[in-house]
Structures are given as C-alpha cells and as structure tokens.
Ligand binder design. Structure first.
Ligand SMILES: NC(=O)C1=CN([C@@H]2O[C@H](COP(=O)(O)OP(=O)(O)OC[C@H]3O[C@@H](n4cnc5c(N)ncnc54)[C@H](OP(=O)(O)O)[C@@H]3O)[C@@H](O)[C@H]2O)C=CC1
Ligand SMILES: Nc1nc2c(c(=O)[nH]1)N=C([C@H](O)[C@@H](O)CO)CN2
Length: 237
C-alpha cells in the first residue's frame, strides 16, 4: 500500500468515485472531497477511503478545506482536481454569480490547493508525485450554452502548463481532457444518440477510460505539461 494518499476532489460520484474505488483496488490510500453528504459515501468509507467535506464556492471554503486536509495527512502522492460544475450559462441576474462559482471550483480551488499543498507532495517519500487537472475537450472549441464552464476549464488547462513549469522536476503536472464519458441522469436516448454522433468513436465509454488515463499519468515518470485528450476523436468530426 502506498504510504502517501492520493486526493481526488469531487470524488463522491461518477468519474471521481470510479477512480477512487479503482485506486483502492490498486492498493493506494485515498482521500476524496465531497460537497453534499449522502448514503453512498458510507460504502467508500467502509473501503477505508477518507472523505473530507469541501465547498469550493468561496475562497474561505477552499482555504478551510486545505487546513482540514493538512490536519488529515502530512503528505500526498497525487492530487486529482476533479470537482466540477457543468452549469449552463445563465442569461439572468445571476450570470455573474454563475461565472464566479465556476471560476472558483475550476480555477481558484486548483490554484490555491496546488500552491498550499505543494509541501504535502514534497513530503511524499515516493519518487513520483503528480497533479492532474480534469479539464474538457470543450476548451478547444468553446460552447454556445456553457461558455462560463468552457472558459473556466480553459483557465484550468492553462494552469496545467504553468504549474508543470513551476513544479518540475519534483512534481509532474498534467491534464485529462475528456469529451462525453458518462451521460447525466436526465439524458434521454435522443440526447445520447446526438452526443455519440459528435465523436468518431460514436460511443459513451464510461469512467473506465478515465481511470486508464489517470493510471498512465501516475505510472509515467517522463510526462509533464501534457493535456491528454480522452474524447473519442471529437476533433475528427
Ligand atoms: N462526465 C463527463 O462526460 C465529462 C466529465 N468531464 C470532467 O470530468 C470530471 C468528472 O466529471 P463528472 O464525474 O461527470 O463530474 P460531476 O458533475 O459528477 O461533479 C463531480 C463532483 O464535483 C463536486 N462539486 C461541484 N461543485 C463543487 C464545489 N463548488 N465545491 C466542491 N465540490 C464541488 C460535486 O460534489 P457534490 O456531488 O458532493 O455536490 C460532484 O460530486 C469533471 O471535472 C468534469 O468537468 C469532462 C468532460 C466530460
Ligand atoms: N462536471 C461535469 N462536467 C461535465 C459533465 C458532467 O456531467 N459534469 N458532462 C459533460 C458532457 O458529457 C459533455 O461532454 C457532453 O458533450 C461535460 N462536462
């Protein structure tokens, strides 16, 4: 079992949960952050996954999480910035608040956690330490309905390059840029067919392809500053 835990933010469900469970299968110690308590968290706790509550919608909330993370562990093997809000653009009075909320979870939280938790990665006794940002294919093309989401993910994309340069050679910093991986609960067959048609592979692969990508980055000592597309060939359509 690796001595230093791997942190996955937003690990209570979907891709983050899948990766947390697979990391436990691969004998890593794991810490996840969650925003909302729910019964499903108990199964993760029963597997020895440490769950820390976190709300990244304010700087104070981000800094409070960092303080509690530092009280929980003295070192980290890796940090996976997975927490995210796929909120559509608002055209009403809350457009600014919507943008700010997405800025905080997609950009300010990774930025402050990377800065304040470098010491935890440096304290890891293993030769490789990683930071992985979950971005999105949409960074390349923008979005008519999720412009704030795409812009703040683009900021996270760029932070990958800055932190890779700042933290080399001790810490590797990379991003995974997915396109459609999992459908949402409310997505019907019509949406699914339209979404599948957007990529050359024409499929909804499920979270396994993300864990394969995370595993590649965690196991490769010579990759940093890379944005790894996992998008079924969206750019080919
Ligand atoms: N699913 C897909 O097909 C795709 C996913 N991605 C990216 O991959 C990653 C995982 O996707 P997916 O599993 O669908 O993500 P989810 O939409 O399920 O979000 C993951 C978690 O983020 C947490 N979260 C959201 N806002 C905040 C906040 N302000 N503070 C703290 N936590 C917050 C939520 O916590 P809680 O539930 O406790 O409120 C949620 O469980 C994301 O970064 C996403 O942008 C990119 C392209 C496609
Ligand atoms: N935080 C999230 N980000 C994204 C999600 C999601 O469910 N949560 N889903 C998508 C879509 O699958 C999109 O890629 C379909 O084209 C994007 N980001």
């Amino acid at each position: 079992m690796s001595a230093s835990p791997i942190l996955i933010t937003g690990g209570a469900q979907r891709l983050g949960r899948h990766c947390a469970e697979r990391l436990r299968d691969d004998d890593h110690t794991v810490i996840i952050s969650y925003r909302r308590e729910r019964p499903e968290l108990d199964a993760l706790r029963e597997r020895g996954i440490v769950t820390l509550k976190a709300d990244f919608s304010s700087e104070a909330g981000i800094l409070d999480f960092i303080a509690r993370l530092k009280a929980e562990t003295r070192s980290l093997r890796a940090i996976v910035h997975n927490a995210s809000d796929w909120a559509p653009d608002s055209m009403g009075d809350d457009a600014g608040a919507n943008f700010e909320r997405l800025f905080r979870v997609h950009m300010q939280a990774p930025y402050l956690i990377n800065l304040h938790c470098r010491e935890l990665l440096d304290a890891c006794s293993e030769p490789q330490r990683d930071i992985i940002h979950m971005t999105d294919y949409v960074v390349r093309k923008g979005s008519k309905k999720h412009a704030a989401y795409a812009a703040t993910k683009a900021g996270l994309d760029n932070l990958t390059l800055s932190f890779a340069a700042m933290y080399a050679p001790e810490i590797q910093v990379n991003a995974i840029a997915p396109a459609l991986i999992m459908l949402g609960e409310g997505d019907d067959e019509t949406y699914a067919e339209k979404a599948k048609a957007k990529s050359a592979m024409q499929m909804v692969p499920g979270p396994g392809v993300i864990y394969q990508s995370l595993r590649y980055l965690l196991d490769n000592r010579y990759v940093t500053g890379v944005i790894l597309p996992v998008d079924g060939g969206r750019h080919l359509r």
